[in-house]
Design a protein around this ligand. Structure first.
Ligand SMILES: NC(=O)c1ccc[n+]([C@@H]2O[C@H](COP(=O)([O-])OP(=O)(O)OC[C@H]3O[C@@H](n4cnc5c(N)ncnc54)[C@H](OP(=O)(O)O)[C@@H]3O)[C@@H](O)[C@H]2O)c1
Length: 176
């Protein structure tokens, strides 16, 4: 029997709930950098074949001088305005719920939501997030881009695991 593909939000946030600081900066992530420790990222990335990413997050990766890495996957850059292709990646400016619902009916590996907060909140409020893997970085930013923006009264989260690491990162894995 086919196992239904899941959409998984895999993201890092500060202890006080921000995914970027007030300057749209990600330097706070460096406090947990450690040689030989990827916090389960390689294993996770091998379990997905499709990526949903917000246009601002995609632009942020480019602005940092990196090529967006997942060239072996089906990548949708979600935008209300841009369309066409960027290399092997596709801008998608249709209805995001329709896209995710359609992807979930296809067979394949799981679907990775790479953020940012706008995309994550849209998917959460439309009950399209099946699991969340949240890495909590032990810093307090005080301000920035908040991960969870909307109250979700029907969220029914089950804790699948919690892991702690020597640098103080705590990783929480929930199903919803
Ligand atoms: N800490 C982490 O692990 C982590 C992970 C991911 C991102 N981030 C950070 O988060 C920041 C970006 O997050 P963000 O929340 O500001 O932006 P975002 O979610 O990455 O992108 C927002 C953009 O996505 C498009 N969009 C949003 N909702 C849509 C919808 N329902 N339908 C169609 N298009 C939609 C719009 O693009 P258009 O404007 O083109 O229409 C919107 O401007 C960056 O600083 C990034 O580095 C951090």
């Amino acid at each position: 029997m086919d196992v239904k593909r899941k959409l998984i939000l895999y993201i890092s946030m500060s202890l006080d709930g921000y995914i970027a600081d007030c300057n749209d900066d990600l330097h706070f992530l460096s406090v947990v950098e450690q040689d030989g420790e990827d916090y389960g990222y390689s294993e996770f990335i091998n379990s997905v074949d499709t990526v949903i990413i917000g246009r601002k997050t995609f632009d942020k990766v480019k602005s940092m001088g990196f090529e967006y890495p997942h060239t072996d996957k089906e990548v949708y850059i979600i935008s209300r305005s841009k369309q066409s292709m960027e290399g092997s990646f596709q801008y998608y400016n249709g209805n995001l719920s329709d896209l995710v619902t359609r992807l979930k009916t296809k067979s394949g590996k799981n679907i990775y939501c790479d953020g940012g907060a706008e995309i994550a909140n849209y998917l959460l409020s439309n009950y399209l997030v099946d699991e969340m893997i949240i890495s909590i970085i032990p810093v307090l930013l005080g301000d920035g881009i908040r991960l969870f923006k909307e109250r979700n009264d029907t969220a029914n989260l089950t804790l699948l695991s919690s892991k702690q690491f020597p640098k103080g990162l705590v990783q929480l894995h929930y199903s919803s």
